[in-house]
Write a protein that binds this ligand. Structure first.
Ligand code: BV8
Length: 253
């Protein structure tokens, strides 16, 4: 039985083939990646807000790297789930499509997404704290903690945005451009607590977009959303995609 709201959303997507998708940790949950704040949040004992900061890294780079090394070991062999696969497929389906992700796990790219803005960086990249050079580093586990720059020997840091750090201006600007332009804003699997990402859906809605939220539970965005679908992203997105495919076949016939 397909939820009436899912039918309505599919019709909206056909009428307005212009979409920005914002994802959070919930879109990777069914791949086995622990979320930050959910009941299954394996990082409960490590409050992200306490360790994902420049101060924590300055105080104890080894401890912060132990946390990242542990997270990298947890996710290095996980696979994209049906939600990632549908999102990757949609970038070819919609004339205007931008994916903005808060996730650092790289699973959207693994599923084939290319039109992607990584708001908070990527856990598989490291950055030299002296020269700012960025390297890909998929060593699991790390052979040395904390890892050092292969060029100059300085401390490497994860190439992610920590609490208290500004988003890279190019990433922020590209996100705003997409939010001003889009006709639909779909928010999937985020608790909508972290700024400035949590304000993005409202910026899009204020610029005329229809706001759709997919989550297991209500969030601070839910009262603003035009549509909220409660359920697992890995189940809901394929249902919407199925209706879009049926509609497109009808159009072609
Ligand atoms: C900044 C990278 C300014 C690191 C992360 C107001 C305005 C501006 C800033 C602030 C502000 N108020 C507070 C701030 C400061 C701060 C902030 O937002 N704090 C919060 C805690 C209140 N923001 C910042 O510091 C940002 N920087 O604003 O800079 C500035 C300007 C100039 C100069 C200097 C500074 C930077 C924030 C970036 C932090 N980095 N990650 C790392 O990962 O190690 S944030 C971290 O949280 C992750 O990126 C994660 O993606 C993100 C958000 O969490 P969620 O993705 O939503 O995950 P969560 O577990 O919370 O929720 C999962 C959801 O999924 C749940 O709702 C659940 O129900 C749902 N779900 C679960 N399973 C499923 C599902 N849904 C569907 N299907 C399922 N199967």
């Amino acid at each position: 039985m397909i939820d009436e709201n899912i039918r309505k959303i599919s019709k909206i997507l056909i009428q307005r083939p212009s979409i920005v998708i914002l994802t959070g940790a919930g879109v990777s949950a069914e791949s086995g990646v622990p979320t930050f704040r959910g009941p299954d949040g394996l990082w409960r004992q490590f409050r992200a807000e306490d360790l994902a900061t420049p101060e924590a890294f300055a105080r104890n780079p080894g401890l912060v790297w132990e946390w990242y090394d542990w997270r990298r070991q947890k996710i290095y062999n996980v696979e994209p789930n049906p939600a990632h696969v549908v999102i990757a497929k949609w970038e070819k389906y919609f004339p205007f499509f931008v994916l903005i992700t808060q996730n650092v796990d790289g699973l959207h790219q693994k599923a084939g997404s290319t039109k992607i803005i990584e708001l908070h960086g990527n856990i598989w990249k490291v950055r030299c704290t002296k020269e700012g050079k960025v390297f890909e580093n998929r060593q699991v586990p790390l052979s040395q903690i904390p890892p050092l720059c292969p060029d100059c020997g300085s401390l490497l840091r994860p190439h992610v945005v920590w609490f208290g750090e500004a988003l890279p201006s190019d990433v922020f600007e590209a996100s705003l451009q997409a939010l001003y332009h889009t006709k639909v804003m779909m928010v999937i699997g985020t608790s909508a607590l972290v700024q400035p990402a949590a304000s993005f859906p409202l910026i899009a809605q204020q610029n005329g977009a229809i706001l759709i939220e997919i989550n297991l539970e209500p969030t601070p965005l839910s009262s603003y959303a035009d549509f909220t679908i409660y359920g697992k992203a890995g189940k809901i997105l394929p249902l919407i995609d199925q209706l879009l495919s049926e509609e497109s076949e009808e159009k072609i016939e």
